[in-house]
Design a protein around this ligand. Structure first.
Ligand code: NAD
Ligand code: IPM
Ligand code: MN
Length: 354
């Protein structure tokens, strides 16, 4: 029997609440299928761990994780630990050390999902964001000079390597070709006169290998506007780390909210484990109340199933999410319902079994 080894990092706030439901779904699927199984190991890393141990993960944490096929992550960050420490020492270190340079985030308005845009048809919101996930504005390079002095200076570098830009842009072209979709490049070459001019140049260079792919290029400011005014323009989108972060929260807002937004951090070469997570944070405002929406996590579980080659199950899980949205009888408060987090998970499992 095929075994997939999953490292589970539930993390902080609503992380453990939503992760429970993701694990529940994976267990049920393995049971229903019978030809593969999951082996879970749970790691208590996160802000509580930090307050006890003085670190966000075990000292040999990355080495431990490297023995798994995938990581399932809830959310990281909680008041009491500075965000730049909690995120850099757990989530971001995993993305970078495991060279998960593709952050694949679907922005698709499923049937039944609420949308704040008027005059937009449901099928017009159906995009896939390919966000650069290893460098760029998130390179973590810079300096802090004369700290606390009147002449204090802070520098945050953007690092755009040819290798780093080419590989993510090529991945996006390949996906556009495979899915016969248009590819939109989002950048900001008018103001960012080194990094984004270079990015755009590479977009054109790589594009020479894909004459069959229809492309568009937009500045990130205009892209934000069009995502609201004319989302049908976007199919596959490729963009930098920070722009992708921001635009996918906007994407979540137009496709049902943070409770429905999923993401996969992929190392396409499979040299390292990939990581699957909802794109939302630890939501301290609702943590511990049992009302967090687990469907974003369930959607990321669907991405994990795809990545393992169980696309039939990946699709089935997504179909179940859509059925639940249409039925509108077992949803959490963010989607206008009264269900608890675990009730939503239980319903997903029940539907899968049918
Ligand atoms: P957030 O995503 O945690 O919350 C934003 C808003 O969305 C809140 O009102 C929250 O209640 C709501 N929300 C989020 N997920 C929801 C869900 N599943 N169901 C229902 N409502 C949901 O963003 P924030 O408040 O900016 O950040 C809180 C903490 O999380 C910070 O420490 C931040 O650094 C961290 N963070 C972590 C990740 C991650 O681990 N991937 C992502 C974003 C933010
Ligand atoms: C996300 C998050 C992270 C990011 C933060 C928590 C570092 O916002 O996954 O979207 O900016 O990548
Ligand atoms: Mn984000």
């Amino acid at each position: 029997m095929q075994t997939h080894k999953i490292a589970v990092i539930a993390g902080d706030g609503i992380g453990p609440e939503v992760i429970n439901e993701g694990v529940k779904v994976l267990k049920k699927i393995a049971e229903l299928d019978g030809s593969f199984q999951f082996e879970f190991e749970f790691f208590p890393w996160g802000c509580e761990y930090y307050l006890k141990e003085g670190r966000m993960m075990a000292e040999n944490g990355m080495e431990i994780l490297s023995g798994f096929d995938a990581v399932l992550l809830g959310a990281v960050g909680y008041p009491g630990v500075p965000d730049h420490i909690s995120l850099w020492d757990l989530l971001l270190v995993i993305r970078k050390s495991f060279d998960q340079y593709i952050n694949l985030r679907p922005v698709k308005l499923l049937k039944g999902a609420p949308c704040p845009l008027k005059d937009v048809k449901r099928e017009e919101i159906n995009m896939t964001f390919i966000r650069e996930n290893s460098e760029g504005e998130y390179a973590g390079s810079g300096s802090w000079l004369f700290r606390g002095k009147p002449n204090e200076v802070v520098i945050q570098d953007g690092v755009f390597s040819r290798h780093g830009c080419e590989r993510v842009i090529r991945y996006a072209y390949e996906l556009a070709r495979k899915e016969k979709k248009t590819l939109t490049n989002v950048s900001k070459g008018n103001a960012l006169n080194y990094s984004m001019v270079f990015w755009d140049q590479i977009f054109r260079e790589v594009g020479k290998d894909y004459p069959d792919v229809e492309t568009h290029s937009l500045m990130v400011d205009a892209a934000s506007m069009f995502m609201v005014k004319d989302p049908a323009r976007f199919q596959i989108v490729v963009t930098s780390n920070l722009f992708g972060d921001i635009l996918t929260d906007l994407g979540a807002a137009i496709s049902g909210g943070m409770g429905l937004a999923a993401g996969a951090n992929l190392n396409p070469e499979r040299k390292f484990p990939s990581m699957f997570e909802p794109i939302h944070g630890s939501a301290p405002d609702i943590a511990g109340k049992g009302i967090a929406n687990p469907l974003a996590t369930v959607w990321s579980v669907s991405q994990m199933l795809d990545f393992f080659g169980h696309e039939d199950w990946g699709k089935r899980v997504l179909d179940v999410i859509e059925e639940m949205l249409v039925e509108n009888t077992c949803l959490t408060p963010d989607l206008g319902g009264t269900a608890k987090t675990w009730e939503v998970g239980d319903r997903v499992v029940e539907k899968l079994a049918k």
